[in-house]
Design a protein around this ligand. Structure first.
Ligand SMILES: Cc1cc2nc3c(=O)[nH]c(=O)nc-3n(C[C@H](O)[C@H](O)[C@H](O)COP(=O)(O)OP(=O)(O)OC[C@H]3O[C@@H](n4cnc5c(N)ncnc54)[C@H](O)[C@@H]3O)c2cc1C
Length: 459
């Protein structure tokens, strides 16, 4: 195989061979979360050969991690249209469209039956460790677009694909505790739980009676704090970077969002009563063991330090995309968010919230690497404004493009209520949530911008 400057004939032969090779290859979907499985449904409807590769042992393994959390968008916004059609044709009955499911219910009543429908076309325990194009590193150009994708699993097995829809999410790459985006010194794995442990359920024993530090100013932090507050003899400290927790508290009774206001009011009451100790201006710098517990040191930009001694830490600092599996592909990433550059201004959390993110599809999701699309929550990079409904429209558009149906691919639309999917049944949301012992987060209404440090519209 020629890799010099003059091998035109060889390149033509390569291109021909590559075209022959890609013909019968599947579209590979990475991740069997809500968006990966929706992509599979659209591929199935269009009769395109596909293979879903899921790292975990079940459908939506990441959602399973937060199965105890009730989401804030009702069922009618949580089910992809193509998936709905396929499931209904199989005798499935859709859940009550106005009810708010928990993560576990999303799996049990929707995603697991959907994955089952696809049989061996969804492979579990298949973790993608790297991708490239067969015979092409990132630098080599001639004939590149016709070369099949090469997908390597962590078992060493390699697969080929005609296109890749990367719906691997961000849940497995949480942000660091370290305030500057780098891990705090000594952070790795040391008494640290990531956001939303099931404090009142299966994780109770790990928290009961243990002084817990919760780091982060978003609703995941608030949810965890309120759950911890229900455990007796369990000291709680809450650390935020900002000078005040006003943003997390919301507007109380005057809040445009009653549920969020109620959450903030309860949190504020716990802080004011001393049940929760609030540390502001906390820039986590170092974590180290101290006796049976852990010492956490904050160092602010001026060099001033604060120290707290605790038993456990919950890091609720949000998520970021891991693009390392695609590092041999040609990606055009926004330098701030890590989404595509075309998508970034549409989802900028300083300007947009979930409901004001315009519909977008294949054009906004394309990278210079033809045939590779990051979709779902991963496509948003560090922007916390992602909603399942947006992801379903993304994959409808991408799959239409892969089918050569550019008209459908470019006709992107999102029929969300003006108030956003999280607020559509706000009164009901409150009602449903009041019954929740955990005081699960009061979702943000999607017409207001969300904090880049927060954790999303509905989370
Ligand atoms: C607590 C919480 C509440 C939320 N509430 C709402 C809500 O109310 N409404 C709403 O619209 N959105 C909500 N969201 C946001 C979003 O819709 C969800 O995060 C959704 O699960 C994103 O779907 P996804 O398919 O893009 O990614 P994920 O659900 O994260 O799925 C990614 C999948 O890829 C797999 N994977 C990862 N890496 C690899 C690899 N290398 N190889 C193979 N497989 C891999 C993972 O195991 C996982 O199964 C919420 C998010 C959270 C965290």
């Amino acid at each position: 195989m020629s890799d010099g400057c003059c091998g035109t004939a060889a390149i033509e032969i390569e291109r021909f061979t590559a075209q022959e090779q890609t013909g019968g290859l599947p579209v590979v979907v990475i991740g069997a979360g809500p968006v990966g499985l929706a992509a599979a449904a659209h591929l199935a409807e269009r009769g395109i050969h596909f293979q879903v590769l899921e790292a975990g042992g079940q459908a939506a393994s990441s959602v399973a991690q937060w199965g105890h959390v009730r989401v804030f968008s009702p069922w009618k916004f949580d089910i992809d249209a193509a998936a709905h059609r396929l499931l209904e044709a199989d005798g499935w009955t859709a859940p009550d469209p106005d009810r708010l499911p928990t993560g576990a219910e999303l799996i049990e009543d929707y995603l697991a039956p959907l994955a089952k429908l696809f049989g061996s076309r969804v492979r579990f325990g298949a973790k993608v460790s790297a991708m490239s194009r067969l015979g092409y590193d990132r630098v080599r150009t001639n004939g590149r677009d016709d070369a099949p994708f090469l997908i390597r699993l962590d078992s060493g097995e390699e697969l080929r694909a005609r296109a890749v829809i990367d719906a691997s999410g961000t849940y497995t790459s949480p942000n660091t505790l370290g305030a500057a985006g780098l891990p705090a010194h000594g952070e790795t794995g040391l008494f640290v739980d990531h956001a939303l442990p099931d404090v009142l359920g299966i994780d109770r024993d790990r928290f009961q009676g243990r002084h817990t530090l919760v780091v982060g100013a978003g609703h995941s932090a608030a949810t965890t704090l309120l759950a911890l507050a229900q455990l007796e003899d369990t000291p709680i400290t809450w650390a935020i970077r900002g000078g005040s927790a006003g943003r997390t508290y919301g507007g109380g009774d005057a809040d445009a969002l009653p549920a969020r206001g109620a959450l903030g009011t309860r949190l504020r009451a716990h802080v004011e009563s001393g049940r929760i100790r609030l540390l502001t201006g906390f820039f986590t710098h170092r974590v180290s063991t101290a006796g049976d517990g852990v010492e956490v040191v904050s160092r602010d930009p001026s060099g001033a330090e604060q120290t707290v001694l605790v038993d456990r830490i919950v890091s609720a600092t949000g998520y970021r995309p891991d693009h390392s599996i695609a590092s041999e592909l040609r990606l055009d990433l926004d330098p701030i968010l890590g989404s595509t550059r075309r998508l970034a201004p549409l989802i900028d959390p300083n300007q947009h919230s979930c409901g004001t993110v315009p519909a977008h599809g294949v054009d906004e999701l394309s990278h210079p690497e033809t045939g590779y699309y990051a979709v779902g929550v991963k496509s948003y990079g560090r922007a916390p404004t992602f909603l399942m409904a947006t992801g379903y429209e993304q994959v409808r558009s991408v799959v239409a493009a892969l089918a050569g149906d550019w008209e459908a691919a470019r006709e992107v639309r999102l029929d969300l209520p003006e108030t956003g999917v999280c607020s559509a049944t706000l009164a009901e949301a409150q009602e449903q949530r009041v019954g929740l012992a955990t005081g699960v987060s009061g979702g943000l209404l999607s017409t207001i911008p969300v904090s880049p440090e927060g954790d999303g519209c509905c989370g």
